[in-house]
Design a protein around this ligand. Structure first.
Ligand code: ASN
Ligand code: ZN
Length: 328
């Protein structure tokens, strides 16, 4: 098959008009098709969007295709957003941090959409991103969230950098960096998942998944509540959930909110761009697989000193942010 870079268009989950990089796929028997395969970026293997076709395999390799360059069908929407958002996250890491893709060496960025049936989640499986369609009650298609895409892709960046082990405090840091970069990629808000909530969730007051600015304002999910007892996301070490590893890998999705909130406080002081610089350096230069919250504080302080100097206001902002959530 010969694949040639093309310009395409599509409709996003919320009806946005999207400009896309796609490919022209010439197959002798099947006729001419267009694929969500973006080969337009120099030194990048590609941004590829696959169709899981409601199967429960997250490592299929069927490229998402259409008969023309306009991906406007209802079924296309989740794929259009995964494809579009992947490119946005790629550009963020490249332009803000000089990182070329997930591994820093131009590896292909692969998303699988229409994973499973009514699946209310998205994940990084160690090699690619995978998105459920949601059940339409709690979630809509999860690829509709740029912050969700950035969260999942950051898990990939972490795999290829600090390698934070996915349990207890190192796991909560893994989750937290995914949320922090999720929030930083996604324009100006400090919320995660505000674009993927479905009507029933909103009717019950669940308007986002997590909040970096005010973690306490979000109640933990039904599934989490069963395990944690009722509760809200913590914003201070006084509220740390001491969970067994059998529960959410030791509470990685809730204790992450403590360092999330520290990042928010730092961002309030010095702005999102400097926060991103400091936390990117923290993640890619200093953190290691078993780093804990206290290590993250030290690493962020050192990163601030490296970039902005000893005694800088940026260093002070980092100290203050971690102080205020009780991490020393
Ligand atoms: N969406 C979740 C995450 O990225 C899925 C999971 O718990 N693995 O963390
Ligand atoms: Zn995650």
């Amino acid at each position: 098959d010969e694949m040639k870079t093309q310009h395409g268009v599509g409709l996003g989950v919320h009806g946005e008009h999207r400009e896309l990089h796609i490919s022209h796929l010439k197959e002798e028997r099947a006729g001419t098709q267009f694929a969500l395969a973006d080969y337009s970026h120099e030194n990048l293997e590609g941004i590829l969007t696959y169709d899981a076709k409601n199967d429960w395999s997250s490592s299929n390799d069927t490229i998402f295709t259409g008969n023309d360059a306009a991906f406007n069908d209802d079924y296309d929407r989740a794929a259009v957003d995964a494809h579009y958002n992947s490119e946005k996250v790629y550009e963020y890491f490249l332009n803000e941090h000089g990182r070329n893709s997930i591994d820093g060496e131009g590896m292909a960025i692969v998303s699988n959409v229409h994973f499973g049936s009514n699946y209310n989640n998205a994940f990084w499986n160690g090699r690619n991103m995978t998105y459920g369609d949601g059940d339409g009650k709690f979630f809509i298609s999860l690829s509709a969230g740029l912050d969700v895409a950035a969260h999942e892709m950051t898990h990939g960046v972490i795999t290829h950098s600090a390698g934070l082990v996915y349990r207890n405090q190192s796991g909560a840091l893994n989750e937290s960096f995914a949320d922090i970069f999720g929030a930083l990629v996604d324009d100006s808000d400090w919320e995660i998942g505000e674009n993927i909530m479905a009507p029933d969730a909103k009717a019950n007051g669940v308007t986002r998944l997590r909040s970096l600015s005010d973690p306490n304002s979000v109640v933990v999910s039904n599934a989490q509540r069963a395990a944690y007892g009722s509760g809200v996301y913590p914003d201070h070490m006084d509220e740390f959930y001491d969970m067994p590893v059998s529960v959410d890998n030791g509470g990685v999705h809730v204790n992450s909110s403590i360092t999330n909130h520290a990042a928010y406080l730092i961002g309030q002081d010095i702005g999102r761009e400097k926060l991103g610089k400091i936390f990117y350096r923290t993640l890619t230069v200093y953190l290691t697989p078993y780093s804990n919250f206290s290590d993250a504080r030290q690493a962020a302080l050192q990163s601030a000193v490296d970039i902005y100097g000893e005694g800088s206001v940026e260093e002070a902002a980092v100290a203050s942010g971690f102080d205020r959530v009780g991490i020393y």
